[in-house]
Write a protein that binds this ligand. Sequence first.
Ligand SMILES: Cc1cc2nc3c(=O)[nH]c(=O)nc-3n(C[C@H](O)[C@H](O)[C@H](O)COP(=O)(O)OP(=O)(O)OC[C@H]3O[C@@H](n4cnc5c(N)ncnc54)[C@H](O)[C@@H]3O)c2cc1C
Length: 393
Amino acid sequence: MTDHYDIAIVGGGIHGVGVAQAAAAAGHSVLVIEARALAAGTSSRSSKLIHGGLRYLETGQLRVVRECVRERALLLRLAPALVRPQQFHLPIYRHTRRRPWQIRSGLSLYAALGGFRGAARFRRLPPAEWGDLDGLVTDDLQAVYAYMDAQTDDAALTRAVMQSALALGAQLAVPARFVSGRVDGGGVEVEYEEDGTRRACRVDALVNAAGPWASQVNDAVSPRPRSVEVELVQGAHVLLAGTLRRGIYYLEVPSDRRAIFAMPWEEAVLVGTTETPFAGNPDNVRPQTEEIAYLRDAVGRYFPNLGGDDEPLDAFAGLRVLPATRGAAFRRSRETIIDGDDPRTPRVITIYGGKLTAYRATAERVMERLAATLPLRPRRARTDTLPLEPASA
Ligand SMILES: Cc1cc2nc3c(=O)[nH]c(=O)nc-3n(C[C@H](O)[C@H](O)[C@H](O)COP(=O)(O)OP(=O)(O)OC[C@H]3O[C@@H](n4cnc5c(N)ncnc54)[C@H](O)[C@@H]3O)c2cc1C
């Protein structure tokens, strides 16, 4: 007899495991199908920030920021071993495009959205403290603002959420590749391959959480769910020898005025990210030589000692899934798109884009969309109160 699950999820990145946790908490039977390893895709190649996205305020994306700061507060409470508060620094030089008053008003709004009061909001560092900023260049420096956000290990967070889902009864097939889905009146027939063996199951709903591979996965579903037009934009990071004791620095790249981060990571310094249009198979995403040079050059202007002439300790790249509109990737909407094959009783739901930070809110939204499709089950838990612990190996 074919196995039956309420939901099958393709992809063991943060969104796949998030939906697995939310579905299992709501009492559903769930199977996650992951082709390589948990967090093998974008969810181990992000900037590892649990943040509201200060810069999204510039493009008026208040809803995204509000949701992300709410989720940040929740994760700091539920996952203290995985998500740590971190001080961010914003240096403003004579040549910086954003002026001190703009930064101050942006930070005021950011703090207000995050519910911060008093000293927890942000502060302008007195010049006497500038010498203690990890060797930051102080020529032409006009102001430095400091504020709080948070940092995580994205892959460890993904494994922790899956562990929580497993504890609630979810099942995980890994490495296991989704092969096909056939939608009929009463559900979806799913085929996948595990250990060289073809397996099949029947589900009420299929959730496509394959990130940059989402279109490929939908190509294997019949009838094919309509596609949302998206573009893949590559973001690279380099890991350089050095230390940043004071926290994270938010820096403006002099050549194009984009913002990049330099952050402490595994006894070294992680610098990212780029925005390079990407076409082709997401399996082949790799940092380009020019991206590595761009990041090294930009951070070297502010921290001349970082990395020296040595080769980077590491470099990696991930793919953002962004709505296909004109204009710089930097300014595009970061809203997560949750697309169903039917407005009332979707059988196939695809998640496009999104933020690591807001994975839980996204997962709960997916469950709302599936409410009329799925059978009612007795709830086991609530994701906004479930603690997250680092996964045991
Ligand atoms: C450069 C960069 C920096 C970022 N920085 C941040 C940040 O600092 N903070 C933040 O909040 N967000 C950040 N983001 C966004 C965040 O990282 C992503 O939104 C999130 O990781 C996407 O997760 P996902 O589960 O949708 O996709 P993925 O993590 O890519 O997971 C998809 C999974 O599907 C699997 N898969 C594919 N095809 C199949 C198949 N046929 N069968 C089975 N499995 C399959 C893959 O192996 C993969 O594991 C960043 C994104 C990028 C690109």
